[in-house]
Design a protein around this ligand. Structure first.
Ligand SMILES: Cc1cc2nc3c(=O)[nH]c(=O)nc-3n(C[C@H](O)[C@H](O)[C@H](O)COP(=O)(O)OP(=O)(O)OC[C@H]3O[C@@H](n4cnc5c(N)ncnc54)[C@H](O)[C@@H]3O)c2cc1C
Length: 383
C-alpha cells in the first residue's frame, strides 16, 4: 500500500472547527489571561462546549471518541491562538483517557468543563527521574495516608482532583511500589500554592503539600504498582502533543512574520527582498512541516496501537527545538517592535519555553533515542 500523508475529510473539518473556535474565543483574550496568571475557567468552559476537552473521550461519557491524530490537530490549532489553553486541553484529554479509575462522574465533569484534573508527580528530587519520588502512601485500615510535597504541577492552584504518584511503603527491605492516587484538592491536609512561571502563565504551575491526607485504598488509578506504566503510556501521546503545540504557535508567528517582512520598508525596499530574511523564513517553514510530519506519524503509530516511545521522543525533541528557534528568529525580524509586549511574539516565546520541560526535557528525549539506537547501557536511564 502506498504511503498516505493526507488527513481525512473528518480531520480537516475538525481542524477548521477548532481553528475558528480558537481564533474567535481564545486569541482575543490570550494577553489578558497571561497578565492575570490564573486558570481561565471561562476558556475551559468554552473549550468544553466546543467538544474539545472530550475529543478522545468515550461517547457514553460525553466525549466524541476521536483518534489521537484529531487530538494532535486540536492542540496544534489551540496553540496557534493560546498556548496555555492548548496545555490545559491536552492535559484534561490525556489524564482522563490514560488513567483508569477517575469515576464516570468525574470524567463527565471534565468533558463538560466543570472539573479540572492534574498529574502531580514531580518533586524536589524527582523530576526527570520519576522513580526517585519520596511522597509516601502508608496503608492504615482501608485507607492510605499520604505525606510529602509535589512541585511544578500544571493547573495548580485551581485543579479539583489530582493524580498523585506515591510510594507504597509495605515493609522495610521490601521495594516500594509506585501508585497513582486520586486526591481531591479540598481534602483536609492538602495545601496548594502558586509557582510563578515565565510563560504559559494562564495554565498555572504550583506546589502541593500533603499532610496526613487520607484517601480510601480504592482511590487508586490503575492497580498498585501500575503508577509508572500508566504515566509512560500517556507520555507516548503527550510527547507528540507538546511539539505540535510548539509548532502551532511557531507557524502562527511565522505567518505574521512573512506578512510583516513584505510590508516593512528599510533602505527603500521590503525587508523580504533580502535573502538573509527570505531564506530563513522558508527554512523555518520546511522545518515546521518536518516537525509536524514526525509528530503526526507518531500519533498514527499510537492510533494503530504500536509502541511509539522512540517516535514520540524524536518528535518532541525536533518539534520543540524547532518551535522555540523559529519564534526566537522571527522576533528578531520584527526589529524592536518584536521585543515589545504589544506585539505578542514575546508572550509566545515565553509560552513555548514551557515545552522544554513539561513531560520530560529534550535531553531525556535524546536519552530515550540513545537507548534505542546505541543500546540501554549507553543511556543510563532506569528501566
Ligand atoms: C510548564 C511545566 C509544566 C509541568 N507540568 C507538570 C505536571 O503537570 N506534573 C508534574 O508532575 N510535573 C510537571 N512539570 C515538571 C516536569 O515534568 C519536570 O520539570 C521535568 O521532568 C524535568 O525535571 P526537573 O525540572 O526536576 O529537571 P532535572 O531532572 O533536575 O534535570 C535538570 C537538567 O539536567 C538534565 N539532565 C538530567 N539527567 C540527565 C542525563 N542523564 N543526561 C543529560 N541531561 C540530564 C535535564 O535535561 C535538565 O536540563 C512541569 C514543568 C513545567 C516547566
Amino acid at each position: 500500500m502506498a504511503l498516505d500523508f493526507s488527513f481525512s475529510r473528518e480531520h480537516e473539518a475538525w481542524r477548521s472547527h477548532v481553528r475558528n473556535f480558537a481564533l474567535r474565543e481564545l486569541q482575543p483574550h490570550s494577553r489578558r489571561w497571561d497578565e492575570e496568571g490564573s486558570l481561565p475557567r471561562e476558556a475551559i468552559r468554552k473549550m468544553a462546549d466546543a467538544g474539545i476537552l472530550g475529543v478522545i473521550g468515550k461517547p457514553e461519557l460525553g466525549g466524541s471518541g476521536r483518534d489521537y491524530v484529531s487530538l494532535g490537530i486540536t492542540i496544534e490549532e489551540l496553540a496557534a491562538a493560546d498556548v496555555s489553553c492548548a496545555l490545559i486541553a491536552w492535559q484534561q484529554a490525556t489524564h482522563t483517557h490514560f488513567f483508569p479509575g477517575w469515576g464516570d462522574d468525574t470524567v463527565r465533569a471534565v468533558y463538560s468543563g466543570n472539573c479540572v484534573v492534574a498529574l502531580a508527580t514531580s518533586e524536589e528530587n524527582a523530576g526527570s527521574d520519576l522513580s526517585a519520588i519520596e511522597v509516601t502512601a502508608v496503608e492504615d485500615g482501608g485507607y492510605y495516608l499520604i505525606n510529602g510535597t509535589k512541585i511544578h504541577v500544571s493547573t495548580v492552584p485551581g485543579a479539583d482532583i489530582l493524580a498523585v504518584s506515591a510510594k507504597i511503603v509495605i515493609a522495610e527491605n521490601v521495594k516500594p511500589k509506585m501508585v497513582l492516587l486520586r486526591v481531591p484538592t479540598n481534602l483536609p491536609g492538602v495545601t496548594t500554592s502558586v509557582m510563578e512561571q515565565m510563560g504559559a502563565r494562564a495554565h498555572m504551575l504550583g506546589e502541593v503539600h500533603f499532610d496526613n491526607v487520607r484517601v480510601p485504598v480504592n482511590a487508586t488509578l490503575g492497580g498498585a504498582g501500575d503508577g509508572k506504566a500508566i504515566m509512560y503510556a500517556r507520555f507516548n501521546v503527550s510527547r507528540c502533543l507538546s511539539p505540535l503545540a510548539a509548532l502551532g504557535a511557531a507557524g502562527a508567528v511565522l505567518r505574521e512574520t512573512i506578512d510583516f517582512s513584505k510590508k516593512r520598508i528599510v533602505y527603500g525596499r521590503a525587508i523580504a527582498t533580502n535573502q538573509s530574511i527570505s531564506f530563513p523564513l522558508v527554512e523555518h517553514h520546511a522545518k515546521i512541516e518536518a516537525g509536524r510530519l514526525l509528530a503526526y506519524r507518531a500519533l498514527v503509530a499510537n492510533d494503530l496501537g504500536e509502541d511509539a516511545t522512540a517516535d514520540a521522543a524524536m518528535a518532541k525533541w525536533f518539534g520543540i527545538s524547532t518551535g522555540v528557534s523559529v519564534i526566537q528568529d522571527c522576533l528578531q525580524m520584527f526589529g524592536a517592535n518584536g521585543y515589545l509586549r504589544d506585539n505578542g511574539i514575546e508572550q509566545r516565546l515565553r509560552d513555548v519555553y514551557s515545552f522544554l520541560f513539561t513531560g520530560g526535557t529534550l535531553n531525556i528525549m535524546k536519552l530515550i533515542l540513545v537507548r534505542q539506537l546505541l543500546g540501554a547501557e549507553y543511556a543510563g536511564l532506569r528501566t
